[in-house]
Design a binder for this molecule. Structure first.
Ligand SMILES: [Mn+2]
Length: 338
């Protein structure tokens, strides 16, 4: 296919339908069909996107989306932080994996078009990777519709290289490609790998790049990230290697010294409370046969992201439906135990 042909088809892309929906039972969270809303009515649209082209160490991310989807069938729908089954308040539909072009630049273009269709329908796109090279696509679509877009990145790696191994759209350049749009800003957390070649770009773009280093995590919190995005539209990208490698060995470049589960959930919810999350991705799961905990983590995180983005953070105080603490109420007849 020539470039001219590609350009000529672009006009038609806005009219092209989404890929067909999976059944609710097969899709994300595996809802019994009787319990699910019609897929067209669901506010959340999950897009499995098994891109694997530029992996630099361990492979296997092409199997990531399916592993997350299948693990999601084991995720409990009830969320004790919200005291309900949040998915029934917004609805989720899952499309079949779209065609993944071999050329990474074209891949990004096509995913931008697809994500734009979801956004234009007033719905929330969640992309399941696949490698991190996909992220510039949905970010481009979101930035075109939400001026002043903030990208919140959970990652072990800064991903600020201007290409890697002659590939400008490499996963190692994912955030750099997002920042090609001068209107996009970046807040990163969990970073513990940056190369010397990335430093000049970082230093020249301090006004729109804030990095919360993993090494300093005792000195920053989710609230700092929330402050940076307050009142702004946010695209959330979670490279699963941002988690500590003890929790997330199933990724191409597992790294010690990373973020823990509660820390990432706190960031997601704080960002949802301060800004408006308009789209998200969860990328770089490379499943390990026989080790299902990482797949489940990715699935539960994906549900946590959808719920926070579509319902906001949970109530700050514990649910009124349950006692705040075990044991006797203060001042109650059994309060004096001495
Ligand atoms: Mn990354």
């Amino acid at each position: 296919m020539t470039d001219d042909t590609t350009a000529a088809q672009t006009d038609d892309d806005a009219e092209s339908p989404l890929p067909p929906y999976m059944t609710a039972e097969a899709g994300f969270l595996g809802l019994p069909d009787a319990d699910a809303s019609a897929p067209e009515a669901a506010r959340a649209v999950v897009v499995p996107f098994p891109i694997e082209r530029s992996v630099s160490y361990g492979g296997g991310t092409a199997r990531g989306p399916d592993a997350i989807r299948l693990a999601s069938h084991q995720v409990e729908l009830f969320d004790e932080s919200y005291w309900c089954e949040p998915v029934h308040r917004y609805g989720v539909a899952t499309v079949e994996p779209p065609r993944v072009p071999g050329d990474l630049s074209q891949m990004v273009d096509e995913l931008a078009t697809l994500t734009g269709q979801i956004l234009d329908a007033g719905r929330f796109p969640l992309i399941l990777g696949g490698e991190h090279s996909l992220t510039p696509g949905p970010v481009r679509a979101a930035a075109a519709r939400h001026p002043g877009l903030m990208v919140v990145q959970i990652d072990a790696h800064a991903d600020l290289r201007d290409g890697y191994e002659d590939e400008p759209y490499s996963h190692a350049a994912a955030m750099r490609r997002c920042l090609d749009d001068p209107g996009v800003s970046l807040v990163a957390a969990g970073i513990r790998n940056i190369s010397a070649e990335e430093i000049p770009f970082l230093e020249a773009n301090r006004h729109r790049i804030a990095i919360h280093w993993a090494k300093d995590k005792a000195r920053w919190s989710a609230a700092d990230i929330a402050d940076a995005v307050r009142g702004k539209p946010v695209y959330l990208t979670v490279d699963l290697d941002g988690f500590d490698s003890s929790l997330m060995p199933a990724t191409g470049t597992p790294e010690p010294g990373g973020l823990m589960w509660d820390e990432v959930v706190a960031i997601v919810r704080a960002v949802a409370g301060a800004g408006t999350i308009v789209g998200a991705d969860v990328v770089e799961l490379a499943p390990i046969d026989g080790l299902h905990a990482p797949d489940f983590l990715a699935a539960k995180l994906s549900y946590t992201i959808l719920t926070a983005a579509l319902l906001g953070p949970p109530p700050a105080t514990p649910s009124a439906h349950e006692p705040a603490h075990e044991g006797p109420a203060p001042g109650g007849p059994a309060a004096a135990t001495d």
